[in-house]
Design a protein around this ligand. Structure first.
Ligand SMILES: Cc1cc2nc3c(=O)[nH]c(=O)nc-3n(C[C@H](O)[C@H](O)[C@H](O)COP(=O)(O)OP(=O)(O)OC[C@H]3O[C@@H](n4cnc5c(N)ncnc54)[C@H](O)[C@@H]3O)c2cc1C
Length: 314
């Protein structure tokens, strides 16, 4: 079995969590299947190779620290051509999407998208893809070299975070004179909360009815020492900021307790919160899909329940 390449991601000089998620998994797979776990870094990030202790060694393609889809994909393509790995793990992220498909197309390799789980099986790998916002799982057996696009949050980043001193191989990759130039990093507005770190989330959906009534959910969050989250329509309506949005196009959260108030449970929402340890749903429609993932549910009017709950807890 050949090596497993992990295409690292960095931003402002720091490796992103997806890097460690993939490294932890790649190390586990390499341990079972044989071959080595190899991290590929860009720009000056090889200077931080000590953070990539889960890798057996690091290939540094150098170049610019600023992401450029053309030159980064071209560098990865050169490394993959030269090293013939069994598996290339790329984040299913905005950066990874730019790289994975360019490389796979150029090298005529299959791509497995939305990887939520992976294991070594026989002479290859078994990959579970989470499709249609988590409604359906597809298992693909990969026998031969392939590109796997790994969903952020699929694996535990802590597993891949180990300090060490992997050797660094400088790889001079063809970058060529591409057409794409990096101009500027535009950062989102500073968020008032990081809901990915919350232990308890009170999440509000369209069932809350109006912006003013969000106050009731805030009261519940306050007595529970929780943070406030929401479904997308509330962000689209301008009732809450994007930093609070859970789901496919929002944040992926894993709190100990997730309380869904007036959220129907669309696949795009479920995708962001289904890994919560305990899910409690309150929805007046007993057939709402949120009850399919909830550990506890009440088919009631949220206003009746929340008011009473706040009184009781106070
Ligand atoms: C590409 C794409 C990406 C998307 N990304 C996201 C995303 O990241 N996050 C996200 O959330 N959505 C996302 N969506 C939107 C998603 O499809 C749903 O439209 C959205 O999640 C619905 O939000 P909701 O459950 O709050 O609203 P609704 O579906 O309108 O549900 C409201 C619920 O409130 C209940 N209700 C009404 N009144 C009360 C009451 N008084 N008490 C109790 N319950 C009540 C109703 O029974 C209903 O179930 C995305 C969609 C697309 C196409």
């Amino acid at each position: 079995m050949g090596d497993i390449l992990v295409i690292t991601e960095h931003l402002k000089g720091e490796f992103q969590d997806i890097t460690f998620e993939m490294l932890g998994k790649a190390k586990e797979l390499a341990g079972v299947a044989g071959g080595q776990c190899v991290a590929v870094t860009f720009g000056s990030m090889s200077g931080k190779a000590g953070e990539l202790g889960a890798a057996d060694f690091v290939i540094s393609v150098g170049g610019s620290d600023d992401f450029n889809p053309e030159s980064y994909a071209s560098a990865v393509q050169s490394v993959v051509s030269a090293k013939s790995p069994s598996l290339v793990m790329v984040g299913s992220t905005s950066m990874g999407m730019d790289i994975a498909n360019s490389v796979a197309t150029a090298l005529n390799m299959p791509t497995v998208s939305y990887c939520a789980d992976m294991s070594a099986s026989g002479s290859g790998f078994s990959v579970t893809s989470s499709m249609y916002g988590g409604k359906m799982n597809v298992v693909t057996n990969v026998d031969g070299s392939a590109v796997a696009m790994v969903l952020a949050g699929a694996f535990n980043a802590e597993t891949g975070k180990s300090a060490g001193s992997p050797s660094v191989e400088d790889f001079s990759a063809e970058s060529g004179d591409g057409k794409i130039r990096f101009k500027q990093l535009i950062e989102p507005e500073a968020a008032d909360v990081d809901i990915t770190q919350s232990d308890i989330l009170v999440a509000v959906g369209r069932g809350i009815g109006s912006k003013d009534d969000i106050e009731l959910a805030e009261e519940l969050a306050e007595v529970l020492d929780a943070d406030l989250a929401c479904s997308r329509p509330l962000v689209d309506a301008g009732w809450m900021s994007k930093a609070h949005q859970v789901g496919k196009s929002g944040m992926k959260v894993k709190p100990k307790v997730y309380i869904a108030l007036g959220i129907s449970g669309a696949p795009e929402h479920i995708e962001g919160m289904k890994s919560s340890s305990t899910i409690i749903a309150i929805n007046s429609d007993k057939n709402a899909p949120i009850f399919d993932v909830a550990h506890y549910g009440m088919a009631e009017d949220l206003f009746d329940v929340v008011e009473e709950l706040v009184e009781e807890l106070e």
